[in-house]
Every structure is written in C-alpha cells, then in structure tokens.
Design a protein around this ligand. Structure first.
Ligand code: F6P
Length: 345
C-alpha cells in the first residue's frame, strides 16, 4: 500500500510526531508498503512536490516542532484546474490512501475531495486552537497551553514588581481554549474569550475591586485574539484574507489596555504572544496523542476506512465521518468558563 501524507494550515507542535508514527506503523505493517510526503499542504499534491518518507528521513523528528513537510494555506478549490491537477498527481503517484493532517480548512478540503472526487482520505485533527469539532483534543493544544502558562507565570513577577496590569493576548480565532486553559493554569485575574463578548465595564469593575478592595497592585488579563467587545467587531491587523477567507487577527489586547489605562489610571502593558505559541518542541502529552493519531490513521487506511477523521473521545480513539465536522467549531465548555470566573478579581 502507498500512503500519501500532508500537513496543511498553521503549523503546530506534534506534526512531526504524527508523520513519524505514520511512517513507522505503515512500514512495519507490511513489506513493500510505502509513504510519500506531499510538501506544503495541498500545494504539494497540486504541483507534484513530494519527498520520500522512510525510516531514515523521519529519524529524530519526534521532538522537533514544525513540520518536515512544510505547510501552507493553499485551497485547491480556489481554482478548478488545481483540483484536476491534484487528482492526476494522486493517481500518478499511485496513492492508495491519503492522510491529511490539518484543522478546519484542510479537513474541509479533505471532505470535498473525499465525497465529491472519491479520494481515499483519512483526516487527523491538528491545531493549537483545539477548535475542531467532534474530538476532545487536537494535538498542539497542550503544548500551546504550557507555553502560555509559562509566559503568564513570568509576566506575574514583572507585573507585581512594577504594580502594573498586563494584558496577555493568546491565539484563539473562534474559540478561547488556549486563553481559558492557560488563564486557569496561570491564575489570571480576568480571562476573555470569543465565546462571550467583552463587557468593558464588568472588566473594569473586577479590576477595581481587586485593586481597591483586595489591595492588589497588579493584575493579569488574558484575552484570546478572537475576542471582541460587546458593541464592537473582531480586531484585525489589516483587511487581507487568506485562501480560505480568514483575516489576520490581532490588536484586541492593545485596545483593552488603552481603555483600562484611560478609565482606571492603572499603568498597563501588553504582551502579544503570537507565533511563539506554535513553535518548538511538543509536550509529552502531544507527542503521545500525535503518535496515537498517526498509528490509528494507518490502521484505518489499511482497513479501507476512508472519508473519516480520527478523533479522541475520553481517552479512546474513534472515527468520525468527515462530513460531520465541516463548518462546525468546537467552542469552549462554558461550564469551565463559569468555573474560571470564580477566580476572577
Ligand atoms: O490556526 C491556528 C492559528 O494559530 C490561529 O490561532 C491564528 O489566528 C492563526 O493560526 C494565525 O495564522 P498565521 O500563521 O497565518 O498568521
């Protein structure tokens, strides 16, 4: 059997661990099996840009961040001829099964190629945002939460020394999982997420009561980049959109800081964590999850189970039809957000 593998969308820690698991599992399963890496997401299949994935080329990559295959936000459906080229290359390369590792956009393309073009696809959910429907966890999320928690710990000591408020901006386009988990783990005083529009008066009241009643002289506010004010819109860097129509988010933390400083007179600083959340070595949890996803995806491919995404439910690996995840976002558990509020202020 020949398996093709690609990584699409934003990178995240654990991609190489999945690639390694796919190769090791596939080659061990049966002599003659082969794995072809498609470079830079769907672009590699459109342009026939490949690399041989074998024991040697995947040796030592388990702890490495990023993806040895490269990634891109290429959308083959932007151009009719790209879908045709992609199908031709899929056929000419002799691919029997394609493992597509990605988030909502990559898996959305996988869904169409599977249902409309008949390609044999197994999806694996990836994104630090943890917002892919039908799975409890995407790999990459745990690492990002650990990075952000560590940053919050560090920002605490400087905020306290300078008697400042620090507003920390975490990634999280449609869902506030990273802000919520790291905010709880890091003891943030306010956590703001896309799921609940920001009431600025409420934020100021919380901070005021913390400073005036509890006598605290510093605070940490964690905000997800996709959060917006009750009466406002999401804050974007510019008007450019990628091939899937997404704008670049960023700037909500500065807006918040400006208002807090102006309304309350507390000295305020901003830290935008940005792509540092996606870089570097995966956590042990993500290495294990990535390894399980990769090996299970090969099992599914070998047994001819296509048009599905592998997923984690509880601690069990399951499969979900690709059609069931399209267009859905897994937003945060609001019960957990309510719990987090217990510790605000
Ligand atoms: O896909 C996850 C993500 O990290 C989002 O949280 C963020 O908005 C986006 O990617 C950033 O994308 P880019 O790497 O294209 O700037």
């Amino acid at each position: 059997m020949t398996i093709g593998v690609l990584t699409g969308g934003g990178d995240c820690p654990g991609l190489n661990a999945v690639i390694r698991a796919v190769v090791r599992k596939c080659l061990k399963q049966k002599q003659g099996n082969k794995v072809i890496g498609l470079k830079n997401g769907w672009k590699g299949l459109i342009s026939n840009d490949t690399m041989d994935l074998n024991l040697e080329s995947t040796s030592g990559i388990l702890p490495k961040g990023g993806t040895i295959l490269g990634t891109s936000r290429t959308n083959p459906y932007k151009n009719e001829s790209d879908v045709r080229k992609l199908k031709e290359n899929y056929k000419n390369l002799g691919i029997d099964a394609l493992i597509a590792i990605g988030g909502e956009d990559t898996l959305g393309v996988a869904t169409k190629l599977s249902s409309e073009e008949g390609l044999n696809i197994v999806g694996i959910p990836k994104t630090i945002d943890n917002d892919v429907a039908a799975t409890d966890y995407t790999f990459g999320f745990d690492t990002a939460v650990n990075i952000v928690t560590n940053c919050i710990d560090r920002l605490h000591t400087t905020a306290e020394s300078h008697n400042r408020i620090i507003v920390v901006e975490a990634m999280g386009r449609h869902a506030g999982w990273i802000a919520l988990y790291s905010g709880i783990a890091g003891g943030a005083d306010v956590i703001l997420i896309p799921e609940e529009p920001i009431d600025i008066n409420e934020v100021c009241n919380i901070l005021e009561s913390r400073h005036e009643k509890r006598g605290k002289t510093f605070s940490i506010v964690v905000v997800a980049e996709g959060a917006r004010f009750k009466e406002g819109d999401i804050v974007t860097k510019d008007q450019d959109v990628d091939q899937f129509g997404h704008v670049k988010l960023g700037g909500i933390s500065q807006q918040l800081a400006n208002i807090i400083e102006e309304k309350m007179g507390y000295e305020t600083r901003v830290t935008v964590l940005g792509h540092i959340q996606r870089g570097g070595t995966p956590s042990a949890f993500d290495r294990v999850l990535s390894t399980r996803y990769g090996a299970y995806a090969v099992d599914m491919a070998m047994s001819g189970n296509f048009g599905i995404m592998v997923a984690l439910r509880g601690n069990e690996l399951i499969t979900v039809p690709l059609e069931e995840i399209g267009g859905k976002t897994r937003t945060v558990d609001m019960k957990l957000y309510e719990l987090a509020k217990t510790f605000f202020g």
